[in-house]
Design a protein around this ligand. Structure first.
Ligand SMILES: [Zn+2]
Length: 95
């Protein structure tokens, strides 16, 4: 279930959300807080399993995104930059 890269990505620090345009008819909006909580790196996965990452600071911001081919590296204001979100994983996230 591979997903190709979106047509465009726009990050709003003001609204603290990312708008991902997958196609002309398919646009997804994701909050920074939700993205941080869904970080797919090994450390965050382990933390979620143990229940540590259930509460993410509402002030957390996504400060940079680096396309990596198969997905997107996200760099957050809490200093966390280990998460690379594959396109298919990103597509399945809700808000
Ligand atoms: Zn992480």
């Amino acid at each position: 279930m591979n997903h190709t890269a979106p047509l465009s990505l726009s990050n709003s620090l003001k609204n603290k959300q990312v708008v991902v345009k997958w196609s002309e008819a398919d646009t997804q909006t994701l909050s920074h807080q939700h993205l941080r909580g869904a970080c797919p790196c090994a450390k965050c996965r382990a933390a979620r399993i143990k229940g540590y990452l259930s509460v993410v600071d509402a002030d957390v911001e996504l400060i940079a995104m680096n396309p990596m081919g198969y997905g997107l590296q996200m760099i957050f204001s809490d200093g966390h930059d280990r998460g690379i979100y594959p396109w298919s994983y990103l597509r399945e996230l809700q808000y």
